[in-house]
Design a protein around this ligand. Structure first.
Ligand code: FMN
Length: 251
């Protein structure tokens, strides 16, 4: 099935990978599998942006994008104008990043700050529901969707992802985007033959296929967020990993 948009072109999926590891990021691989599942259902094309390869100057806080320039940043000599156009043209945006200090990696946050102009100017409006989303989109497009895919080292991915969830709920609105956060990912990819990691990729592919038709089944989200290794095994693997790392230094 190849579904076309109103403009008669295949739908576009844009993965924005915020891991400093670029294409070697495990979270990016999970997001890639999600995009594969989605693309197979709707016949869309996938494009990747690796934030680590961009040149992004930090926001200087002038707020021109909310006033004088109506949606555009005054800084035009880095990667942001191109990223902005790609985001506006995408039908599905997948932001993928590892949890760093219970947040997103700094480079990803720096990029998002520079995209403030995509959201409507703040006029002092109050919202009674804390999770309703504070920032309406300046250029809303019917059918444009967002998925936030994260991974973390902790086994308790819900806790590790919590600050990110609050951030996106406040900005965009609870329930207005899909999300999941995979725990223990590095250990799963490294332990044994990598079969456990392949299983996560298969689940993510399935989640992408479901997302094409609406939302991800909560049971599937739960499977993606469930720690695969028992806490005892995980601790043992971690201890061995750090021991080996120390040893590697001493050799
Ligand atoms: C600087 C740094 C900070 C991290 N902070 C956290 C954290 O707060 N909570 C957590 O569960 N994992 C944390 N991790 C682990 C990563 O989230 C985890 O290894 C992730 O799966 C790596 O994904 P990637 O391969 O896509 O970069 C941190 C890793 C680094 C390098």
């Amino acid at each position: 099935m190849n579904s076309l948009t109103n403009e008669n072109r295949p739908k576009k999926i844009l993965i924005i990978n915020g891991s400093p590891k670029g294409a070697n990021s495990l979270t990016f691989r999970v997001a890639g599998a999600f995009a594969e599942g989605l693309a197979a259902e709707e016949g869309s094309v996938v494009e990747n942006i690796h934030v680590s390869q961009l040149r992004v100057r930090p926001c200087t806080g002038c707020l021109s994008c909310w006033g004088r320039t109506e949606g555009k940043c005054v800084m035009t000599d880095d990667s942001i104008p191109e990223v902005r156009e790609k985001i506006l043209a995408a039908d599905t945006i997948i932001t993928a990043f590892p949890i760093y200090f219970f947040g997103m990696p700094g480079t990803m946050k720096t990029m998002i700050d520079r995209l403030l102009g995509i959201f409507c100017t703040f006029h002092g409006q109050e919202l009674d529901n804390i999770k309703a989303g504070r920032h309406a989109l300046r250029y809303p497009r019917e059918g444009q969707r967002l998925a936030v895919i994260a991974s973390c080292g902790f086994s308790e991915s819900e806790d590790a992802f919590y600050p990110i969830k609050v951030q996106f709920d406040l900005a965009i609105g609870e329930g207005k985007y899909a999300h999941f956060c995979c725990p223990q990912l590095k250990a799963l990819a490294q332990a044994g033959s990598g079969q456990r990691f392949e299983k996560i990729l298969a689940l993510s592919r399935q989640a992408g296929a479901q997302f094409a038709h609406g939302s991800i089944d909560p049971a599937l989200t739960a499977a993606l967020e469930k720690p695969v290794l028992s806490q005892k095994t995980y601790r043992m693997l971690m201890e061995k990993f750090w021991q080996d790392e120390k040893g590697a230094d001493q050799e």
